[in-house]
Design a protein around this ligand. Structure first.
Ligand SMILES: C[C@@H](N)C(=O)N[C@H](C)C(=O)O
Ligand SMILES: [Zn+2]
Length: 239
């Protein structure tokens, strides 16, 4: 059977705002699973048009102050979520634990709200993102097999990211990644609040457990969990 296609109002973010940086982690092995996730066929950010236009408005404000948004994940097919569930059931596979969930038991990742079996990402208006100071510093490529460092280690020790210091890396499944965790203070808290305040004024809602996770509201598809692959081919509007 042929792959499902996206409704007409799904777009590649780059066609709405080519200046937003994209580092699509689930297309790469640098994520909590340790391999490319099912359904990510191309490293592109796909979103509903209203969500992409909301990010474009946020980006215009940030660019004026010398910052850019950077997305790590956008629309996520249901088959990718199913891959996360299969991975979570395999308790022997802790390949990436030392970086992404050093202190949370693998059996708790869904119950504690870090990963969802029905994810807002599959509805197309949810994304994971951060802020980068321009000009963006080059980043070191991820090399599978190199020793991993906890995502909540100080910025100079954890995996290098050219983003502002948010107190933890992306997809750090730990209470320290809760957006308003009281242990995160000073510049790190200010950076989280810059992201939160910029996006909330434009209609985005944050997930309290993850400083990087936002949903644009109102969502055009509040009850539909899509499964078309992340690929240009899935989209009608290709530029
Ligand atoms: C897996 C992480 N990036 C994420 O998006 N978590 C939320 C809870 C989700 O899976 O929707
Ligand atoms: Zn997310």
């Amino acid at each position: 059977t042929p792959d499902p296609r996206a409704p007409k109002d799904f777009v590649a973010l780059s066609t709405v705002d080519p200046t937003i940086i994209q580092e699509m982690r689930y297309f790469t092995p640098h994520n909590f699973v340790g391999e490319r996730v099912d359904g990510y066929r191309q490293p592109i950010c796909v979103l509903t048009r209203p969500a992409a236009e909301g990010l474009h408005r946020a980006q215009r404000q940030l660019l004026r102050h010398g910052y850019s948004l950077k997305v790590y994940d956008c629309y996520r097919p249901q088959r990718a979520v199913d891959h996360f569930v299969r991975w979570a059931e395999d308790l022997d596979d802790e390949t990436m634990k030392a970086e992404f969930y050093p202190e949370v038991d693998k059996t708790r990742l869904f119950a504690d709200g870090y990963i969802a079996e029905r994810s807002g990402h599959s509805r197309g208006s949810t994304m994971d993102l951060t802020i980068v100071r321009l000009p963006a510093r080059p980043t070191r490529p991820y090399t599978p097999g190199r020793p991993l460092v906890p995502c909540f280690a100080p910025e100079r020790e954890r995996f290098p990211d050219n983003s502002l210091d948010m107190g933890t890396g992306f997809d750090c499944f730990d209470p320290l990644a809760h957006t308003l965790d009281p242990r995160v203070q000073g510049q790190q808290r200010a950076n989280r609040l810059l992201l939160k305040n910029t996006l909330e004024k434009l209609g985005f809602v944050n997930l309290a457990e993850e400083w990087w996770h936002y949903t644009y509201k109102p969502e055009p598809y509040p009850d539909t969990y899509f499964d078309f692959p992340v690929a240009w081919k899935s989209l009608s509007a290709r530029r």
